[in-house]
Write a protein that binds this ligand. Sequence first.
Ligand code: NDP
Ligand code: 2IT
Length: 461
Amino acid sequence: MIAVGVPKVSGYIRDLISEVKTHNQGEPEFHQAVTEVFESLDPVLERRPEYRAARILERLVEPDRVLMFRVPWQDDEGTIHVNRGFRIEMSSAIGPYKGGLRFHPSVNLGILKFLAFEQVLKNSLTTLPMGGGKGGSDFDPKGKSDNEVMRFCQSFMTELSRHIGPDTDVPAGDIGVGGREIGYLFGQYKRIRNEFTGVLTGKGLNWGGSLIRPEATGYGAVYFAAEMLATRGETLEGKTCLVSGSGNVAQYTVEKLLQLGAKPVTLSDSSGYIYDEKGIDAEKLAFLMDLKNVRRGRIREFTDKFKGAVYIPVDPSHDYNPLWTHKAQCAFPSATQNEISGKDAEHLLDAGVYVVSEGANMPTTLEGVERFLAARILYAPGKAANAGGVATSGLEMSQNSMRLSWTREEVDDRLHKIMQAIHKACWETADQFGVKGNYVIGANIAGFLKVADAMMDQGLV
Ligand code: NDP
Ligand code: 2IT
């Protein structure tokens, strides 16, 4: 696969991937994430044979521990429901476990293991001392009342609280977990443990949260795109951008694109997408934020207010997403995994897109990645491009430890510098390994080296 300018994948790596597949059956997303990373690592193992002897890769794919638990809760009618809760504590080589919680009906062990595995390398890239973890539940917050969400969060935290702590494991938000959920989770942790600590990030500003954390993932993905364009002497100004999703990451991607003079034209949810040829401006974004964050409505309602926009519902008979066919220069996939297939990637290239910055985690299939790399476009994988979110969580942890809060400008400036540092690390690492401009290999190797060296230093654990 990731073969641009890289020698063929070795037998050792091929065997290891196949071993991971047999050993972790029914977890296709985990297989995919491991395949993409491991296929990048042969050149490192050639230079550092001690990693192979120390079985670093074999240890990286086996979580430190996997917690799975029952989450019983009652709806507003008094009916009892039982969901499944998870926390994957993947690696603490370079810091306490850190990563989000996802509440979505599709959540299962394999999806959370892929996310936790990606998180280990992503957190390493941030330059901050954070290990990797991920968790969540197959609970669906959609259509639930605030009280139902609260009761679910309290039940979930009643078990999770035994396993986490500000120096052990620090969860945050992800799909379906935003400010509201973090509030209920934090309240219950505090009640059970009688401790006011930085055990979660993404907290409210009045109770330990950091300015810019809500904005950070979207802003970071745009900063990363700007850095990639700068390598060709270009900027985002005047560029037409396709954005998918309409949640936290998509909203702040649009906000930063507008600040930098670009023109976002699409947004989506799992039911369909909107295309606004005139561009989604600040007024339209404010409407979207109220629609999604306050009224918890659907993206279709955007066209009730803005008549120039069209709504295209998902057509289950399509084997591609028409969102990715509109003429543009940049794409910011910000919804979920595998939302860009090989065919979608071809459509994007045909539409003129030559910058892809992944706000979502693993939004592109292996076939799609292969096409982007073969076309030598500016393609940033999620573990680099969306690392601004967790990096700013790291800044929230620092502020909590110091019992201080930084200004908006200070946090944004640190976020910006971190994204520049991640870009530089990916760029320079790719160059050192003879694959200039390949951000996939650059991110995988740069993220891996720091974790692998920490594991070597800490002995066989
Ligand atoms: P939100 O819950 O705020 O928004 C998710 C958006 O994606 C919604 O518009 C949702 O639509 C859509 N979506 C979710 N699942 C699907 C699906 N199966 N098919 C189509 N659309 C879907 O989540 P975030 O914005 O926080 O997360 C988006 C992505 O960014 C995820 O991949 C997440 O892992 C990643 N990410 C998030 C970070 C953060 O800080 N929040 C940090 C780094 C990465 P609908 O309402 O219909 O479900
Ligand atoms: O995927 C991710 O990096 C996140 N959902 C954010 C994790 C965090 O701890 O802020």
